[in-house]
Design a protein around this ligand. Structure first.
Ligand code: SF4
Length: 301
């Protein structure tokens, strides 16, 4: 069975209206099937494909332009490949983004990554707690093994705490850490700022945002958008504990991530657009970089 958060079917890419297009700044690998299909394309677009693909590395990928854009991203923000060859012509990464997947026995989970501003706006503006819904029966009904059953049960409990409106957000943080057998180290936000500044960073705007990471009072009335963030990080990052066994650290990573974004948010105007942008930056700078996630998990043991 394939599951996804209840907001998942409502996602739409905003394409030309996107201010931080996923077609800028990322090297996009092309899967083998799509590479073979591109090799068979003729005409002007076929010639452009031949010139625009670099086959010299581990995986074929599009050569970015000097300003780091996908060569098929038009100045109006639309994709030349979709316009010319149709949506089915996209390589797997482009067709998937910003979706992510977690694989369990008999169960695939889909989600939307916060590094996409359209996904962030959708997730953070929800007033109700996230619910997982079955979206497709793929015919695989293999039951979960013992480790999976334990982790699924724990994650359900942590998600229920994250969405518990009878608790203030800080109370939800404490309850999640206690239930996961975890805790955050005794550190100030200035200490965490120093840690985040040692991580790999992509965008100078993230450095500027981190400069505001100091202990400051959260804006009142914003617990629910941060609860949606908490649900997102728990949903997305706990399944990897099946591979590395670091359930407690991953729960702490979810709490720390929301704590950091809430503190950054407290340093400026409380608007949804600003929150979506901070979440987008955090996602692309931290959670989409496995080395950065590893480094933070190492601080949470
Ligand atoms: S980041 Fe999201 S909204 Fe922007 S172009 Fe990519 S998928 Fe579309």
């Amino acid at each position: 069975m394939i599951y996804a958060p209840d907001y998942y079917p409502h996602f739409r890419c905003i394409a030309a209206d996107c201010r931080h297009s996923c077609c800028i700044g990322w090297e996009i690998d092309i899967d083998a099937d799509t590479r073979a299909a591109y090799a068979a394309v003729g005409g002007e677009i076929g010639e452009k494909l031949t010139c625009a693909i670099d086959d010299s590395g581990d995986a074929p990928h599009f050569r970015l332009t000097p300003d780091e854009r996908c060569p098929f991203l038009r100045r109006d923000g639309l994709c030349e490949l979709i316009l010319t060859l149709g949506e089915d012509s996209l390589c797997q990464i482009c067709a998937d983004h910003p979706r992510f997947r977690s694989f369990w026995s008999g169960r695939t989970e889909l989600g939307l990554g916060l590094c996409c501003e359209a996904a962030g706006a959708l997730i953070l503006s929800r007033s109700e707690p996230m619910r997982l819904i079955p979206i497709e029966d793929d015919g695989d009904d293999t039951p979960p093994d013992d480790d999976e059953r334990v982790l699924l049960t724990l994650r359900d409990e942590l998600l229920a705490i994250a969405g518990d409106t009878s608790l203030p957000l800080d109370g939800r943080f404490d309850a999640i850490l206690a239930r996961a057998g975890s805790r955050l180290p005794e550190r100030t936000m200035a200490d965490w700022r120093q840690t985040y500044l040692t991580l790999e960073r992509l965008d100078p705007a993230w450095d500027d945002a981190l400069a505001a990471l100091n202990n400051c009072t959260p804006h009142p009335g914003w617990d629910e958008p941060f609860a949606r963030l908490l649900e997102y990080f728990l949903y997305r990052h706990l399944p990897a504990a099946l591979d590395d066994g670091r359930t407690a650290e991953r729960a702490a990573f979810a709490v720390l991530s929301v704590h950091v974004i809430r503190t950054l948010f407290a340093a400026g105007e409380p608007t949804m657009a600003r929150l979506v942008e901070l979440a987008r930056m955090y996602s692309s700078e931290i959670e989409y970089d496995e080395d950065n996630v590893e480094a933070l998990l190492g601080k949470l043991t």
